[in-house]
Design a protein around this ligand. Structure first.
Ligand code: FMN
Length: 195
């Protein structure tokens, strides 16, 4: 698929058919996820790929589902994690020199920024594979339960999950925000030279 078509067609899909997702598609999606940029090449991103019954265990570990119930039928769930320590360690190296490992140095925590970039690669590669996907948040109250359920280290913050499958929606999800909000006008969001 042309890159421009991937960008244009990508939207959150919240209803799926029962068609399985091939292992090749999953592997390509995840390989691409690891090709995103990261500050200092810290690469503090990690992903838990869940399939079949594992996805039910994931949903079972959530006290609140921050998206539609229909999402639960997607055959694949990828939980994306941000690993702050990877950044603090990397920036304590001689070429960066922040040996105090202070979090005050990070007004914008790049571990979240970079994991968000990786998530977009997951969403875009899903489109390129002819699939649909939705990213949704995980409540802070559920972080420990999700980690415990799958043996994920405490250093890993689950910034959200991506459900992936064959989409069964023709248009934006019913009730989804794009149904009631317009895309922001280009000239409002983008200024050239001066605000
Ligand atoms: C940081 C972030 C958090 C989001 N959280 C949720 C969520 O918890 N549940 C959900 O169904 N969609 C969630 N979305 C999807 C947005 O609602 C969606 O991206 C937005 O309405 C624009 O629609 P589109 O992505 O289909 O173009 C989230 C998106 C982002 C970037």
């Amino acid at each position: 698929m042309e890159f421009q078509d991937v960008v244009r067609r990508r939207r959150m899909v919240r209803e799926f058919t029962d068609e399985p997702v091939s292992d090749e598609s999953v592997r390509r999606i995840m390989r691409n996820a690891l090709r995103g940029p990261s500050a200092g090449y810290s690469q503090g991103q990690a992903f838990l790929v869940l399939r079949g019954e594992e996805t039910a265990s994931f949903y079972g570990s959530l006290s609140h589902l921050w998206t539609y119930d229909t999402v639960k039928t997607a055959p694949v769930v990828v939980v994306a994690f941000a690993v702050k320590d990877a950044y603090l360690d990397r920036y304590a190296e001689p070429d960066k020199g922040w040996t105090d490992r202070s979090e005050d140095r990070w007004p914008v925590p790049f571990w979240y920024v970079d994991t968000g970039m990786a998530v977009l690669l997951v969403l875009q590669t899903a489109v390129d594979e002819g699939l649909g996907a939705v990213y949704f948040g995980i409540g802070a109250d559920d972080f420990d339960r999700v980690r415990a359920e799958f043996g994920v280290p405490d250093t890993h913050v689950p910034i959200g999950a991506i459900a992936i499958g064959h989409g069964a929606e023709q248009d934006a999800s019913p009730g989804g925000s794009p149904r009631t909000r317009r895309r922001r006008p280009f000239d409002d969001a983008v200024r050239f030279g001066r605000w």
